[in-house]
Design a binder for this molecule. Structure first.
Ligand SMILES: [Zn+2]
Length: 251
């Protein structure tokens, strides 16, 4: 197939299922999972309203491509289905995909360092190294935590705050990352957790931080865009590892 040929929707969904299942397995390997909670999704329709989501309370390490739920954000019966998703997952992902069709993939979890950053009064990612500067100008902060996200209003606020950005630091809660592909979202989540780890360790020193001037941070963030291919290479590497060690993620 020529590279510019549009794949059919069915092919898209099959490929997305495999990539999203890989992301769950890899999140587990990275230690980003939490019990049987948290949720990743990927839109399969142009308008974002039809999307794949992990089934309720299935451990990330066991998720297979065929396990992913195909949901419709406009379907009022979703939470009445026998295989209804987690209420918080439906609230966040259903609303974000419906309101932000450009957010093709949305990963939501509570990695320890990024979540620790989100507990600070001012949970900003200060540009103090290349990885923190990667996110300069790309981060939204939601400080309206209202308990477990299970109401439509909570989902709308999260979607509105994320609009135009690719990372949402959710105060008192965790993080969400939106990207055009699973590989790109995985890469941003990977670097987000690394950036937060570095920043929290630097804070823990108690010493003054050497924060980059805005212009340098913006240039560094722009420089990262020239490395966009890294995301695909990184994800392809890990999929090859999964293919050797736990190939049933593709099932
Ligand atoms: Zn959460």
């Amino acid at each position: 197939m020529p590279e510019d040929a549009a794949p059919t929707a069915a092919l898209d969904e099959a490929a997305l299922r495999i990539d999203l299942a890989a992301a769950f397995r890899l999140a587990c390997r990275m230690g980003w999972h939490e019990s049987v909670g948290n949720h990743f999704s990927a839109a399969v329709s142009e308008d974002g309203k039809r999307f794949l989501l992990n089934p309720k309370w299935r451990h990330f390490s066991a998720i297979r491509a065929s396990d992913l739920l195909l949901l419709d954000a406009d379907d009022p019966e979703v939470m009445a289905r026998p295989d209804a998703p987690d209420a918080s997952a439906w609230c966040i992902h259903g609303t974000v995909h419906a309101m932000l069709p450009e957010a093709r993939v949305l990963l939501h979890c509570h990695p320890v360092h990024a979540t620790a950053l989100c507990t600070l009064k001012e949970p900003r990612i200060l540009p103090i190294d290349q990885n923190t500067a990667r996110f300069f100008g790309r981060v939204a902060i939601d400080t309206g935590f209202g308990g477990m996200a299970d109401e439509a209003e909570e989902g709308r606020r999260i979607a509105e705050t994320l609009r135009g950005k690719s990372v949402l630091l959710m105060g008192n809660h965790g993080v969400s990352v939106a990207a055009p592909s699973v590989a790109a979202a995985f890469e941003d989540l990977y670097f987000l957790e690394k950036a937060a780890q570095t920043l929290m360790l630097a804070y823990a020193s108690g010493r003054a931080l050497n924060v980059m001037p805005d212009a340098l941070a913006a240039k560094t963030a722009q420089d990262w865009r020239d490395y966009a291919g890294m995301a695909e290479a990184h994800f392809a590497h890990w999929k090859a590892v999964l293919d050797r060690e736990e190939p049933d993620y593709r099932d």
